[in-house]
Structure formats: C-alpha cells, structure tokens
Design a protein around this ligand. Sequence first.
Ligand code: A3D
Length: 320
Amino acid sequence: MARKKIALIGAGNIGGTLAHLAAKKELGDVVLFDIAEGLPQGKALDLSQCGPIEGFDARITGTNDYADIAGADVIIVTAGVARKPGMSRDDLLGINLKVMKSVGEGIRTHAPDAFVICITNPLDAMVWALREFSGLPKNKVVGMAGVLDSARFATFLAWEFETSVKDVNAFVLGGHGDTMVPVLSYSTISGIPVLDLVAQGRSTKEKIDEIVKRTRGGGGEIVALLKTGSAYYAPATSGIAMAEAYLGDQKRILPCAAYVEGKYGVDGLYVGVPAMIGADGIEQVIEIDLTDEEKSNFQVSVDAVKELLEACKGIDESLK
Ligand code: A3D
C-alpha cells in the first residue's frame, strides 16, 4: 500500500512543527509548501535529518510549487500572517483572505480529494473562505480551534484539581475568539462533572470563572509572552490529532469548526461544535443540550462569526 501524503501549506512556526510531528508519527510522506523561497526546502532538509536519529522513514520535501501537493490525502493550512501589534482585525482579515484565495485555488486544482484542515486566523472566517475558494465538499474542509481551546481549558483544570490531564475531558465550543464558550456543564474529571467537584469544595466558583477567562484569552497570553508570534506547539499537536482521526477512520468526536446546517439553530455557518471525524471527513455534527447561559453565550459567539463573514464578503466580491 502506498504511503499517505500530508501536504502542509505554510512552512512557518506551526507548519514546521506539523511536519516534525507527522513524520515522527509516520502519518505519511510530508510536503511542505510556502511562498517564501528556500524556507520550506530548508526546513524539509533539516527535519529529514531527524529521521536517522528518531527512526522515521517518512520523506519530507519542501516546495514553492502547488503541483507538488498533488494526490495529498490530508492538507493542513497555516499560510498567512498572525496578528502583530498595531494591526487591526480587518488588516489581518484582508491579508489572510487573499492568502486563502490562492491556497483554495491551489487545492482545487491539485488535490481536490484531500481532507483539508484550516488553522489560519481569523479561523471561523478563513475556513469558510477556504471552502468557498477550493470548492471542496463541506464535510472535507474543517477548522482547527476547539481541540486547542479545549486542551488549554483541560490543562488549567488539571492544574486546579491537581489531577492527571489524562482524566480531564473539557471542551470549548463557538467561534475561535474572545467569545468562545468553554462548556462547563460537559466538562468532567474521570466522568465526574467539574461543577460537582466545586460543590464538594474541591475548588471555588471564582477559581473556575478565572479558568474560563484564562482559556478565552489563552492565545493572547502566549502572544504577550512570546512577543514575536503566536502559539505553535499545541496548535500543531491539535491539527495532527484531527489528521490522525481522518487517516485512521477513528470516528473521534472532537470540537472543531465544522459546517453547521440546522443544528444549534445555526443555518449554514462554520462554527465550533462537537463533530465526528472519520474516513468521510466530518461525518456528523453532534448536538448537545446547553444550559440557558451557555446557549446565550453560544449565540453571541455565532453572531461574532457572522459579523466576520460579512466583513469577508465586503472585502472579496467573489464571495458575495
Ligand atoms: P508563521 O510562522 O508566520 O507562518 C506562516 C507562514 O505562511 C509563513 O512561512 C509565510 O511565508 C507563509 N505564507 C504567507 N502567505 C502565504 C501564501 N500565500 N501561500 C503560502 N504560504 C504563505 O505563522 P504561524 O505558523 O505561527 O501561524 C500560522 C497561522 O495560524 C496564523 O494565521 C495564526 O494566527 C494561526 N493560528 C491559529 C490558531 C488557532 O487555534 C486557530 C492558533 C495559533 C495560530
């Protein structure tokens, strides 16, 4: 059986980390694409030389030519820019929308059968634009945000309850921004609702509220510390978990920006919901009962995503 092929569009911080993880896990051969000449080739060469030490045979190549992504099984998109001081949200939206146009067209021409995972921000709008520009089926294009936001939430909960992260099941829905919704009512430690543990006096409502707030600002906290860019280790790890779910037909239920039609009162929008990932891509969107407060927070988040989409349509005529 031929090896799988993983194409990574964007060979920056997340792209390089994705390449390393994909090769180390032998998910398949890796093609790193970037518009910067030399960057993907240099990273590919460097990463290839990890092979003899780590014992992987995955081939890693770098390219500036979309033709080299032909036949990719999975494509993970991180191309674009991250927000820097002094840049408005609209600046980022405009720049990355143009990037999604070229990436979408490259995928449409060279790898229309791939499962595509978008990581570029602003996530909920960019995954929507990527789907539009690539023309791929909606179940084959998905955004990564919920896995990362949930991992941040789970990390903070594990620290608070001094428990293994392995026992924490926490998740975050909604858009990937300040309005994201950490869903406490479905967050458990070894099956025990976090709220029950609070009722037992193992933590306090104030501390949990603080964790929810820290989760929402989790990306910004890292940007403020790094100063020159945004998080990349955990974002890459999250993207790889989604790729593995698809390649292994694992039927994992992961929070991700999936296309929602009808469920959650949402009609035709990419937004963070629990979704099953298997060999058909996004195989199901799973609806859960939310508390009244969570429902209204989710609606605020959906409205914020809609606003972003309108801004996208205002920028690019072809999206109207
Ligand atoms: P960075 O290290 O700057 O890498 C981006 C790469 O994209 C650079 O190597 C650029 O040369 C390349 N690029 C720019 N334009 C194009 C193009 N048209 N075609 C191909 N490549 C291009 O950024 P990063 O890897 O740290 O982050 C990448 C993106 O992920 C940014 O938009 C971040 O905001 C976003 N991000 C999202 C999350 C989520 O949870 C959704 C988390 C962290 C970062």
